[in-house]
Design a binder for this molecule. Structure first.
Ligand code: ADP
Length: 463
């Protein structure tokens, strides 16, 4: 390019900050393994390592009809899932809007609304044959933090995502839902409470015949895997009656990895993001990786370059000055434009970001592309560490030549160009080429619907 040497040197210094070399990646994997162990032994450690009370993975032969309820953000989804037992499913579903009044009112009204939605769904949908006079079993995907004590018991710790319904915190969400259903004499039994990563793991296991890891790379990032039961030493005695299970699915909550800032090299752009966030010092790994934050890191870089008169002739815009004003989706669109002249990139900068077309100099398109690439490239590399750590932790690659299936979900891994390739490339350096080649990364189908149904089936079998 025609950048002057001083500007080039400036950019190179930024790029070096985002570089994570192979030795550092290995140190991160080793730290993951230490944190797994600590979190399995005791509560309150670096990684939460939440026991989910799910003790088996499906293999695709499961059969039956179940209800799934998914309370996420704006919508409540009710599904009827019929598992056909040959890695096939049939599904019917309806969406119900969750109004702000419900999110912020009395919790009992929210749970009544959930029960009403189930009732509406059942009366307007053909219920599967044979299910009319029997209880239907329901799995709930509940994407809020809960303190789970059984497959069908969990107390809400706190709300997130704009929910504030009163008299819910500290209460068992499954009991609240069951009570609401019972008040309406709806013959549905709340059987399983499932986290979205667990749903991802279960669903992918059903369709692939096995799964070593369910991982989300969307707004946030997290993973769940199957651990030896004997290694989950923090479980209270008497958590299980009779014979103990062989394994237990663990919800890692890996977004919290490296909150202590021990192993991930941080840039001034990460530090700025963290101190200006609503949760400084928390979710450190997530802040380097997930869709909610990558755009913000890029925005910080772009502003730094503007302030140093290296970009956009030193001019910004209202949009670029706005906290979280540069969405990760734009990075994805910028990197998708492979043309020389970068017409889409220019369009995004002028139309979406409000940058004056005259201020966009000959090198600026390339600089913006470069900023997206170094931030997303680092995210992909860091993501590979969690995958490598699970391969080590579970010993799943040892003594066999099987495929290692990883089920993933989230817009970042589904749509960001080169994200999966970048993840694979550093996975190769971490676990070796032969294991990397055996690792199959696939999008999990509807973890929150099919996964919740599989959770309900698992609970029914364990009864
Ligand atoms: P969620 O994780 O909330 O269930 P998604 O998986 O759709 O939902 O993730 C949403 C996040 O992904 C947002 O942070 C958004 O910026 C980002 N995103 C949306 N579209 C894309 C895309 N095409 N490429 C990369 N990231 C995207």
């Amino acid at each position: 390019t025609s950048l002057n040497p001083a500007a080039l040197d400036f950019l190179e210094r930024i790029e070096r900050q985002f570089h994570v070399d192979d030795a550092q990646l290995q140190i991160i994997v080793d730290q993951f393994l230490k944190d797994f162990e600590a979190g399995l032994n005791k509560n309150g450690q670096a990684l939460p390592m939440v026991p989910t009370y799910v003790t088996h993975l499906p293999d695709g032969t499961e059969k039956g009809t179940f209800l799934a309820l998914d309370l996420g953000g704006t919508n409540l989804r009710v599904c009827q899932v019929t598992l056909l037992g040959n890695q096939q499913v049939e599904m019917k579903q309806s969406k119900y809007r969750v109004s702000d009044a419900l999110k912020t009112g009395e919790a009992v009204d929210l749970f009544n609304y959930m029960a009403d939605s189930v009732d509406h769904f059942l009366t307007t949908t053909d219920v599967a044959p044979g299910a009319e006079d029997e209880d239907l079993y329901l799995g709930l995907t509940f994407s809020f933090p809960v303190d789970q004590t059984a497959i069908n018991k969990g107390k809400l710790i706190h709300w997130t995502k704009g929910f504030m319904a009163t008299n819910a915190i500290g209460h068992d969400v499954m009991q609240m839902l069951q009570d609401a259903l019972d008040r309406r004499h709806i013959h549905v039994k709340c059987a399983a409470l499932i986290n979205d990563t667990v749903g991802c793991l279960l669903s992918h296991a059903y369709f692939s015949g096995g799964c070593i890891l369910g991982a989300i790379f969307g707004t946030g990032t997290n993973g769940a895997y199957v651990e030896d039961f004997t290694k989950v030493t923090k479980l209270p005695k008497g958590a299980f009656e009779g014979t103990l299970p062989k394994s237990m699915v663990i919800n890692i909550e890996w977004g919290a990895f490296d909150n202590a800032r021990k192993v991930i090299p941080r840039t001034i752009f990460d530090n700025k993001l963290d101190r200006e966030s609503i949760n400084p010092r928390f979710q450190a790994y997530e802040k380097c990786i997930s869709g909610m934050y990558l755009g913000e890191i890029v925005r910080n870089i772009l502003l730094y370059l503007v302030d140093n008169s290296i970009l956009f002739s030193g001019y910004s815009s209202k949009q670029l000055n706005t906290h979280y004003g540069f969405d990760t989706e734009l990075m994805s669109n910028i990197e998708s434009d492979k043309s020389d002249e970068g017409r889409t990139v220019r369009e995004i900068l002028t139309e979406k970001m409000g940058i004056d077309d005259q201020s966009i100099g000959p090198n600026d398109i390339a600089i913006v592309r470069w900023a997206c690439k170094i931030v997303a490239g680092r995210a992909a590399k860091l993501s590979s560490c969690a995958v490598a750590a699970i391969i080590h932790e579970t010993h799943c690659a040892e003594g066999n030549e099987d495929f290692l299936d990883v089920g993933v979900d989230g817009s970042l891994i589904a749509f960001y160009p080169g994200f999966e390739d970048g993840l694979r490339e550093s996975l190769r350096t971490l676990v070796g080429e032969s294991i990397e080649k055996r690792t199959r990364i696939g999008l999990a189908k509807d973890g929150s619907g099919i996964g919740a149904a599989l959770g309900a089936l698992g609970a029914l079998k364990a009864e």
